[in-house]
Ligand binder design. Structure first.
Ligand SMILES: *Cc1c(COP(=O)(O)O)cnc(C)c1O
Length: 357
């Protein structure tokens, strides 16, 4: 089965084999060697200095990393501005509410470009705001939000920037230092081509609040960071998913890092877009607003999503529905995972066999 959903992804043979690593106690030095190695590989993926940055490993899905980041980095006296233009931005607002973090939202409709003037005005008007949270690649629609612009505004005004990079880390340009990022949450099973179970936050070491927060017992990023710095771990990690992430990161480096991954994704995405154009299937967003990772397409009027999905599934391809109110309007095709241009050509052939055209 070829997975064209935005994670979990198809694993390469090489990466899948890593599941069969030896049984391992997570309190033995062999585990801490593995943990140290993964932390190093994650920082190296974006050439980050380990004295300034830490890669903090967690066991859970991407949302665990986002929740750990938000609940551990906004201090009690802080206030968070959440930029929403899709379901994942709205999810951060839900997280802030549950943890009783003071917050306001800058809301847009799904897929809409962020109103940067309004962002700047809002930050200037409310000096209580200490942090901004935003989704880099809004997987709801495929829009790539401009972290460069947001980072510049945040730095001018002096607020910290927290990023959900779950579906961009490993495939898009992320200038951590230049854009003034304080924390970025991501996961193993999207653009890094690992398995679900391992997630992480890349955090600037000086961005932890001075007084420990303890909003959450399990997702307290500061204690993970401290213990991992000293070759420890607070709880039982998803050991096999860590094996797989380690191999996936090795493969990622061997294949040329995020630059190469972005080119590969673009090649696959362009093929789909061009072929779809011939069939009259139009993209939701223009290329310049889109990530390299996923594209949304308008559903042909004569075809219900479920029928399209089921017919493609029978031929070996999983596409992804629109979320919430977009669910009858669009469908999504992601290019992440160990898939080739030949796989995509097969996918196009499968689409062409469907009767709506
Ligand atoms: C996939 C994704 C998440 C996390 O989803 P999980 O199901 O928890 O892994 C968060 N944010 C974005 C932008 C995503 O694409």
């Amino acid at each position: 089965m070829i997975l064209l959903n935005p994670g979990p992804v198809n694993l390469s043979h090489r990466v899948r084999k890593a599941f069969l690593g030896p049984d391992l106690c997570h309190r033995e030095s062999e585990f801490f060697d593995l943990q140290d190695e993964i932390k190093k590989q994650l920082l190296a993926a974006y050439k980050l200095n380990p004295e300034k940055w830490a890669a903090v490993l967690l066991s859970g899905s991407g949302t665990a990393a986002v929740e750990a980041m938000i609940s551990s980095l906004v201090p009690t006296q802080g206030k968070l501005l959440i930029i929403e233009n899709g379901i994942y931005g709205e999810r951060i607002t839900k997280i802030a509410k549950i943890h009783k973090i003071k917050h306001i939202t800058l809301s847009h409709s799904w897929g809409e470009e962020i109103n940067f003037d309004q962002l700047e005005q809002t930050l200037k008007k409310d000096p209580k705001i200490t942090h901004v949270a935003v989704i880099h690649h809004e997987t709801t629609t495929g829009r790539l939000n401009s972290l460069e612009t947001i980072g510049r505004i945040c730095q001018q005004i002096g607020v910290q920037l927290l990023v959900d990079g779950v579906s961009s880390f490993g495939a898009e340009l992320i200038s951590f230092d230049h854009w003034g990022i304080s924390g970025l949450a991501a996961t193993a099973n999207k653009c890094l081509h690992g398995a679900p179970g391992a997630a992480f936050v890349i955090v600037r070491r000086d961005s932890f609040p001075e007084t420990p927060l303890k909003r959450s017992f399990y997702l307290d990023l500061a204690s993970y960071c401290q213990e991992q710095d000293q070759r420890g771990t607070p709880f039982t990690p998803a050991v096999q998913s860590f094996y797989v992430l380690h191999e996936a990161l090795q493969e990622f480096t061997d294949l040329g890092g995020w630059h190469a991954r972005r080119s590969h994704y673009r090649q696959l995405g362009n093929l789909v877009e061009q072929e779809f154009k011939q069939l009259g299937i139009k993209p939701l967003l223009s290329r310049k607003d889109s990530s390299c990772v996923l594209h949304s397409y308008h559903l042909p009027e004569t075809l219900a999503y479920q029928s399209l999905h089921d017919q493609l599934k029978k031929r070996g391809f999983i596409i992804y529905a629109g979320q919430g109110k977009l669910n009858t309007k669009i469908f999504r095709v992601a290019t992440m995972g160990a898939i080739t241009i030949q796989d995509m050509q097969q996918f196009i052939m499968a689409v062409k066999k469907i009767k709506f055209i």
